[in-house]
Design a protein. Structure first.
Length: 126
C-alpha cells in the first residue's frame, strides 16, 4: 500500500523527522500535536485549557487537510504532564466531538516537547 504524506500550513510544521500525517488507504495517522500556534511555532499561552483547545484546533487542521474532520477520528491518544487536567480534556473534547466518541487513551507523562502540558495524536478513517 502506497503511503501519502499530508501537510498543511494551518497546523504547526513538523519539528523533526516526521510528517504531520500519513494516509495509508482510507486510514490517516495524525502525528502528535502539541499546542503550538502555527503562525509563530510558539506554545499558546494561558494555561491548560488554552493548550488543550490549541491541540484540538491543530488536529482539526490536519484532519481537514486529509479530507476528513474530527468526526472521522476513530482513536485518540492524549498525553498529559498533569493528569489533573484530564477533566478539562473531557469538557473541551465534548465541544469538538459528538457521539459516538472515538476510542481514547490518556497517558500521564513526565514531560513533552517544548514544555507543553498536552499532546494528542489520532487515527482518522476518511
Amino acid at each position: 500500500m502506497k503511503q501519502q504524506p499530508i501537510q498543511t500550513d494551518s497546523a504547526p510544521a513538523a519539528i523533526g523527522t516526521y510528517s504531520q500525517a500519513i494516509r495509508a488507504g482510507d486510514t490517516v495517522y495524525l502525528s502528535g500535536q502539541i499546542p503550538l500556534v502555527p503562525e509563530t511555532m510558539e506554545l499558546v499561552s494561558g494555561g491548560a485549557e488554552r493548550q488543550i483547545r490549541q491541540v484540538f484546533d491543530n488536529l482539526t487542521a490536519v484532519a481537514e487537510a486529509a479530507g476528513g474532520t474530527l468526526a472521522d477520528v476513530v482513536k485518540l491518544t492524549v498525553y498529559l504532564t498533569d493528569l489533573g487536567d484530564f477533566p478539562t480534556v473531557n469538557e473541551i473534547m465534548a465541544e469538538y466531538f459528538t457521539e459516538p466518541y472515538p476510542a481514547r487513551v490518556a497517558i500521564g507523562v513526565a514531560q513533552l516537547p517544548k514544555g507543553a502540558s498536552v499532546e494528542m495524536d489520532a487515527i482518522v478513517v476518511a
